[in-house]
Design a protein. Structure first.
Length: 553
């Protein structure tokens, strides 16, 4: 099922790769000898990507035999690297999941308007996300709440003056420019929004993707709507209690909701694009839904290895290095290649964990704090495996930091280190120090509207109060590298094209692994554990006690 790729990215990956579009980049930051070492390191690390992204792993969907094979491979590599098992009695932490799918033939969505009932077509107009306690039948008024954020600390309240009781809340997945990026991402996450909506009496939501900041086109979203959706199995683990419906609306259909109001879709989309506050008002239409679902329980695996700390006191604290092992598997529908190998997303991140563990072993490193290497499952299904680990790490682990690697995209030479969470905790200082050692320029999130800081596993640790970072290969805006990155997302993100036929800059792979390793050691050997900065929005999140979210149903 692998494909030979042509066009913009059809350049063979070698140790000396410099992609054509990156030819104008800044001078090399490290010496030629060091660069050669990093390239060799990157080539070795990519051998693990070749195994994890091979067709034999069948796309590593959580709970499948292919994912289990990948997990067993990672466990063997952790063992060979001298790590100790950190799971429940071995290398694995079982994560029990409820898998749900929409039975579209027996389901329907419609708008009840003054002119009559107007069906919404699944895929073309809307999709269903199976969150919360899905109601088999529902009819409720709609209310538009703009960005859907209640943040008095930033003088922003989209719910002011509205009655949400018994209604379905309609909002754009976005935040105005007046709200800082990290705050907008956190309070704009689905669980945080639902807390506010539920408290105000809402029964469900209709989310509209921000058409000016979509990593996936609506067509791609619609094509994946019938894939299994999962949640942690124990009812107590549900982050959406009381939610009877979660629908997603095609932004191109927004005008249909505004019938009978004084607003036009053009005017509101113009405000959205400018990042200014949106109005909020009752809509003149109602949502009618019939939702039929199928459900089953499956178990997937987190793979946990531990390098035990050498200091008798600090060893009780654990620095986590995380990367998600799962990907999208084999699509249920579609033509041609339906296997999603997930080479960049995220076999590359797991291979980095393995590589760092090997290098720590070969160097004889004995950090003061313990380091947990966590290859977690079900990230693609809602950060479920990392949530299970962060909330219930087991074996007496006291997690004090997380450094996450997800789809770091070594598509061109690494000269910039992109750090999500750079200014939120003292970990940002560690990242800056390591980058300076390696001659890399550091940058924070250049596109906060994409909400990437809450879209990977570091957010599971943040939600329990643990300072966290996510690292990627960075690039300057409007640069050749920016074009490469944008086109990769357009053509390969969550698509079969993220396979082993794409080129790789091995020097970037090796440099990135060196960054991860140095930050991990710096944090593990520091006198004090990492802490949130005083002005960070995440500082207010209390450290949560461990909860048995991974228990069987």
């Amino acid at each position: 099922m692998r494909r030979r790729m042509t066009g913009w990215l059809a350049v063979a990956g070698t140790a000396g790769t410099v992609l054509a579009l990156a030819a104008a980049a800044a001078p090399q930051a490290v010496s030629p000898a060091t660069a050669q070492d990093f390239a060799a390191r990157g080539q070795r690390a990519w051998e693990d990507v070749k195994v994890l992204a091979d067709d034999d792993m069948e796309g590593r969907r959580a709970g499948t035999p292919g994912h289990r094979r990948a997990a067993e491979y990672v466990a063997k590599q952790f063992e060979a690297a001298g790590l100790a098992p950190g799971g429940d009695g071995g290398w694995f932490q079982p994560v029990h999941l409820e898998s749900r799918t929409v039975r579209e033939a027996d389901s329907s969505l419609a708008l009840v308007t003054p002119r009559g009932v107007e069906p919404l077509k699944f895929g073309d107009d809307a999709v269903l996300s199976l969150r919360g306690n899905v109601a088999p039948h529902l009819e409720a008024p709609l209310v538009f709440v703009g960005n859907g954020l209640r943040l008095p600390q930033y003088r922003h309240d989209d719910l002011a003056g509205l009655d949400l009781k018994g209604k379905v809340v309609v909002f754009f997945n976005s935040a105005p420019k007046s709200v800082p990026g990290a705050a907008g991402a956190h309070f704009g996450s689905a669980p945080e929004r639902w807390k506010q909506f539920r408290a105000a009496g809402a029964v469900g939501v209709m989310a509209i993707p921000n058409p000016f900041a979509m990593d996936l086109s609506w067509d791609r979203i619609a094509a994946q709507r019938n894939e299994p959706q999962m949640r942690l199995a124990p009812p107590a683990a549900d982050l959406f209690p009381g939610m009877q419906i979660y629908a997603g609306l095609n932004p191109a259909r927004f005008a249909r909701l505004l019938e009978g109001t004084e607003f036009t879709d053009k005017a509101l989309l113009d405000k959205l694009q400018k990042g200014v506050a949106l109005p909020h008002f009752d809509l003149k239409v109602r949502l009618r839904a019939t939702i039929a679902t199928d459900s089953k329980f499956v178990t997937s695996e987190n793979v946990i290895g531990v390098l035990k700390g050498s200091d008798p006191v600090l060893a009780k604290e654990t620095v986590a290095l995380s990367a998600h092992l799962d990907h999208l598997g084999i699509a249920e529908e579609g033509e041609g290649d339906r296997l999603h190998n997930g080479a960049m997303d995220n076999a590359s991140g797991v291979a980095t964990l393995i590589d760092v563990a090997r290098h720590l072993q070969s160097a004889g490193e004995k950090p003061k704090r313990s380091i947990a290497f966590a290859a977690v499952t079900a990230e693609e299904l809602g950060l479920l495996g990392s949530r299970a680990f962060a909330e219930h790490p087991g074996n007496g682990m006291n997690l004090v930091a997380d450094i996450n690697s997800d789809m770091f995209l070594p598509l061109y030479p690494m000269r910039h280190l992109l750090v999500f969470g750079l200014d939120e905790s003292t970990l940002g200082g560690d990242a800056r120090a390591v980058a300076a050692e390696l001659g890399l320029r550091v940058q924070s999130d250049p596109q906060p509207q994409r909400n990437r800081f809450i879209r990977s596993d570091q957010y599971s640790f943040i939600r329990v109060g643990v300072p966290s970072l996510a690292l990627k290969v960075g690039y300057l805006p409007d640069s050749p590298e920016a074009k490469i990155d944008a086109q990769w997302f357009k053509e390969r993100y969550h698509a079969p094209g993220d396979d082993l036929a794409q080129p790789v800059d091995f020097g970037a792979v090796g440099t990135y692994a060196e960054v991860m390793q140095r930050i991990a050691l710096r944090v593990a050997n520091a006198p004090q554990a990492p802490a949130w900065k005083k002005d960070s929005v995440f500082r207010a999140i209390p450290r949560a006690a461990s909860a048995p979210v991974a228990a069987a149903p």
